[in-house]
Design a protein around this ligand. Structure first.
Ligand SMILES: *Cc1c(COP(=O)(O)O)cnc(C)c1O
Length: 416
């Protein structure tokens, strides 16, 4: 795909930042990149807060935010400062040695979560792969070799072979065969379906508190509590994948707090790094049974990323900040509710700043494309399902940016 700035969309004025490429020569040849996703013909060159700027200087209000990653928006001062300071002190002493930045982040996560042991990783899939390995290790040490992990239809846990097998994404069961065995599938909010999957070799149950990629589908608090009780009764581990829901996204630091359950193992990613590759696997003391050599990785506990994680938590874990997420979530909820009523759509759902609008018919990809092309500035949205829009703005998104998004979406919905 050739992207030529001279053929690009009309540049809009830039109240927030300067356009780039005014030498007229910015031309991008994307043919060296593997084709792994359909991408629109634009190239982002700058971001700040809730705004992105493309190669032609056009501005976009961003309600995707790196896929619920940029907890504090694009290029926040907190992350820039942490990266600058840490990059001057220590970047990579090797995972064979302790470093102060990783110790600090692990202690912080342990205090905040109540799970005493932390393994730092670089991606959600890597953290989940670690969770699966830890559960299997626990099974081999404490449960006579039990290894099966009950997972859910429509769940999403990542793109490594084991996490793809753990995922219940439609179409994935046929890909890259043979996959890793041992992930029977139950249904969300259906305890009997979980019970039916449990056998003598079951060691754990693994799920997202809100299924993000499936379209923001929440596990009910009753279901999570019943699962916790079932796991206790049968001696199984409860693994919560909070890669998308964790770190303030749903209005509490961790989504599990809202159901009043504590998992045995939890994974974090996305928002934890606020935009840099950082993830974490957390476990209760009695579950953290890895022996030396079982788990590791070149970048695990990398101080440059760990420093960013601590900076993100310094802000996001503040009670006032989390209260702000709840208020912003309520504000977004009211707008989406109103749009649903005015345009006779099928409703709104979600928690905090992870929300979805059900359009009632399969026009979400068309809405996403039209929103991106809006004048004078585009709007970036995500369509996880053909009839569903997902909203995952920065956790510090301004109220008037939510108003602006709703007004832009209103225009698109009128035209579709
Ligand atoms: C995004 C996501 C993952 C995978 O994280 P990566 O960093 O892309 O590997 C895993 N689980 C959930 C719930 C996610 O939303």
């Amino acid at each position: 795909m050739k992207i030529d700035q001279n053929q690009a969309l009309t540049p809009a004025p830039l109240p927030l930042m300067r356009a780039r490429g005014d030498d007229g020569a910015a031309r991008f040849d994307t043919s060296a990149l593997m084709e792994v996703a359909a991408r629109p013909p634009l190239v982002f060159v700058e971001g700040r807060g809730s705004w992105l700027v493309d190669h032609a200087g056009r501005r976009y209000l961003d309600f995707v935010q790196g896929w619920a990653v940029n907890a504090l928006g694009h290029c926040p001062r907190e992350i820039g400062d942490a990266l600058a300071a840490q990059s001057q002190r220590l970047v990579s002493p090797s995972p064979a040695f302790f470093n102060d930045a990783a110790i600090r982040l692990a202690q912080r996560l342990a205090e905040l979560s109540g799970l005493q042991r932390v393994f730092l990783a670089s991606s959600g899939a890597e953290a989940n792969e670690g969770a699966i390995k830890l559960a299997r290790k626990f099974g081999s040490v404490h449960r006579g070799g039990a290894f099966e992990i009950v997972t859910l239809a429509d769940g999403f846990h990542g793109r490594t072979l084991a996490t793809m097998a753990a995922s219940g994404k439609a179409g994935w069961d046929q890909l890259f065969e043979p996959k890793v065995p041992g992930f029977p599938k139950a249904r969300l909010n259906d305890l009997d379906s979980v019970r039916a999957c449990i056998g003598p070799t079951t060691v754990a149950v693994m799920l997202e508190p809100i299924q993000g990629e499936a379209g923001v589908v929440p596990a009910s608090a009753e279901f999570l509590r019943a699962l916790r009780a079932l796991c206790d009764e049968r001696g199984l581990l409860l693994i919560l994948d909070e890669v998308q829901t964790g770190v303030g996204r749903t209005g509490t630091l961790f989504a599990f707090e809202q159901a009043g359950v504590v998992p045995d193992i939890m994974t974090l990613g996305k928002g934890l790094g606020g935009g840099v590759p950082l993830a974490a696997l957390l476990a209760k003391e009695e579950v953290a049974c890895f022996a030396h050599g079982d788990q590791g990785g070149t970048y695990c506990g990398n101080p440059l990323m760990a420093a960013v994680g601590t900076a993100v938590l310094d802000t996001v874990a503040q009670p006032e900040f989390l209260a702000g997420v709840v208020e912003r979530g309520a504000h977004l909820h009211r707008h989406l509710q109103r749009l649903s009523e005015e345009h006779r759509l099928a409703g709104e759902r979600g928690a905090g700043l992870l929300r979805a609008l059900d359009l009632g018919r399969p026009v979400a990809p068309a809405v996403v494309a039209a929103a991106r092309e809006l004048q004078p500035e585009g709007l970036l949205l995500n369509a996880p399902r053909p009839q569903l829009l997902r909203f995952m703005p920065a956790l510090n998104v301004a109220f008037d940016e939510i108003d602006r998004m709703a007004a832009q979406l209103d225009r698109v919905l009128h035209d579709i």
